[in-house]
Design a protein around this ligand. Structure first.
Ligand SMILES: [Fe+2]
Ligand SMILES: [Fe+2]
Length: 248
């Protein structure tokens, strides 16, 4: 593992966790999970534990990745308007989050090990998507490597502006469709193929893998990192994305 990726992992599992993670710690469990704190009453100010099934877990991970896609889309727009206004370190942080949380964990440790093989074995319409989804994972990693290489400099080089904007937009287009097909076709097919009892065991397994990969609270740490990136780019106010009224 290279130093930068190690640093980001550290950031996600420890430094990036911070107060929010401590506040969130031990408040979430997956369906069927026998977590250590399951029988404990929530402390004052804590929320009741909520169940997160394996499929829901995958989908909320998509939520983090979609927020990176929003950063990419906004970055592409700003690059074309005024490339000097684009902070390359924010793009680098977003691409690293996508790499560590999306590619190295969500794709490589969960989808490619558990979801895709089970769907491929089960007869059904979802099977035909698996090879394309795998190819898109591979293409995504190529693009992420490119984004990381271009964003290492303090400023985006002028001859990289248009190629970078195009790479960002094509990545967004691909991954929005990719995640939508997984949410609506692949994950339901996987749930049907695996069945009830094993789904509970899968929830536990996914939790173990998340802890191995990130320590406690990988999702919450990734969420906090995403918040920081959005704030640094002035993208944290949801209302700024409310569409204008249609023409009358
Ligand atoms: Fe995927
Ligand atoms: Fe996915």
């Amino acid at each position: 593992m290279d130093i930068k990726r190690r640093q980001l992992l550290t950031g996600i599992s420890v430094a990036g966790a911070g107060v929010l993670l401590n506040a969130c710690r031990n408040t979430q469990t997956r369906s069927g999970g026998a977590t250590n704190n399951e029988s404990k009453e929530p402390a004052p100010g804590e929320v009741e534990p909520i169940e997160v099934t394996a499929a829901e877990d995958l989908m909320r991970e998509h939520g983090i990745l979609r927020r990176v896609l929003l950063v990419y889309q906004e970055t592409a727009t700003r690059l074309r308007q005024d490339a000097s206004s684009v902070p390359s370190d924010a793009l680098e942080k977003a691409a690293k989050l996508f790499q560590v949380f999306g590619e190295d964990y969500h794709e490589k440790k969960l989808e490619e090990v558990f979801i895709f093989p089970a769907v491929k074995k089960a007869p059904g319409a979802a099977t035909r998507y698996v090879d394309v989804l795998l190819a898109q994972h591979a293409r995504g990693r190529e693009i992420t490597d490119y984004l990381l290489s271009v964003s290492q400099a303090d400023r985006i080089a002028s001859n990289s502006v248009e190629p970078l904007a195009k790479a960002l937009e094509s990545f967004v287009r691909m991954y929005e469709h990719h995640a939508a097909i997984e949410d609506t076709v692949l994950f339901p097919a996987w749930k049907a193929a695996v069945g009830g009892n094993e789904l509970d065991a899968m929830g536990e397994k996914f939790e173990e893998i998340e802890h191995e990969q990130f320590g406690e609270d990988g999702f919450e740490a990734a969420l906090r990192r995403m918040d920081e990136i959005e704030q640094s780019l002035g993208l944290s106010n949801l209302d700024m994305f409310t569409a204008p009224p249609p023409p009358k």
